[in-house]
Design a protein around this ligand. Structure first.
Ligand SMILES: Nc1ncnc2c1ncn2[C@@H]1O[C@H](COP(=O)(O)OP(=O)(O)OP(=O)(O)O)[C@@H](O)[C@H]1O
Length: 255
């Protein structure tokens, strides 16, 4: 009954002699917030890279809405509605905040080169829509007053929120966040928690999260997958993960 939005089976990624991801499986239903946790170097970001076409997985299958995407190029996967942020903020730092949000939508605009050259009514309409979406998301992440500031001059926490807005203007179905709380203070992390919950509640977006901040993970996740040394170690609701002795040994007990 509960169909998957994303279904990953037997995923593996080999770098030379290193099997960074080994038989990883994931199942994410529409509207869920799912986290992937695990020690440093466990393979979490590599999984993200395989799911979003940055790497071609060396084995396994990835289905998004029952369509195989494991061999698809990244921009096509993004167009299907799978978008991500990066562990290290990747904005166009020399562009303004607003420009970052407009550029992000370019690939998604349904207009061709000629329409752009001649500024057809269809082109102008889609530009207006792009501007409306940009303004909406600026407001949502509290950056309206910084619209014309260079993105590189924003405070770190604001850059992180801009990254999320940049994903959201493309109207994704699956939003993948790679350590969004890294470098944030506790207040900013609490705001992030709220923002992610709102994205799901108000915009129906499904979220896959890599995160080391256990408070955030336990608070926000419907389900959690634990990876250790590239392999699935456990999965379940936060309560089960928190009390799983294997997980405590491999990860939670680490610090
Ligand atoms: N392009 C690459 N070439 C070679 N090895 C890589 C490459 N990318 C990742 N690795 C290796 O794969 C393993 C998994 O790395 P990955 O970054 O996926 O871990 P992670 O769980 O995201 O870690 P962290 O929590 O520290 O971000 C590591 O041993 C890493 O050195």
């Amino acid at each position: 009954m509960s169909e998957s939005l994303l279904e990953v089976s037997d995923l593996s990624m080999r770098f030379g002699g290193l099997l960074a991801v080994d038989q990883m499986a994931l199942k994410i239903r529409p509207g869920e917030i799912v986290s992937m946790i695990g020690p440093n170097g466990a393979g979490k970001t590599t999984v993200f890279n395989c799911l979003t076409g940055f790497y071609r997985a060396t084995g396994g299958s990835v289905q998004f809405k029952e369509q195989a995407i494991e061999k698809m190029q990244g921009y096509k996967i993004a167009r299907l509605g799978v978008v991500r942020t990066f562990q290290n903020v990747r904005l166009f730092k020399g562009m303004t905040v607003l420009e970052n949000l407009l550029v992000a939508q370019h690939r998604h605009l349904s207009t061709g080169l000629l329409a752009g050259l001649f500024k057809t009514p269809g082109y102008r309409r889609s530009e207006e829509k792009a501007m409306e979406r940009a303004e909406f998301w600026l407001e949502k992440v509290g950056l309206t007053q910084f619209a014309n500031r260079e993105a590189g001059n924003l405070a770190y926490g604001q850059q992180r929120r801009l990254e999320i807005a940049r994903c959201m203007v493309t109207q994704p179905e699956l939003l993948m966040l790679d350590e969004p709380a890294a470098g944030l203070n506790p207040n900013e992390t609490a705001e992030l928690d709220q923002l992610i919950s709102d994205l799901r509640r108000d915009h129906g977006v499904t979220v896959l999260l890599i995160e080391h901040d256990m408070k955030l993970v336990m608070d926000i996740s419907d389900r959690i997958y634990v990876i250790n040394q590239g392999r699935p170690l456990a999965s379940g609701i936060p309560e089960d993960i928190r009390n799983n002795p294997e997980v405590i040994k491999a990860y939670l007990g680490e610090g």
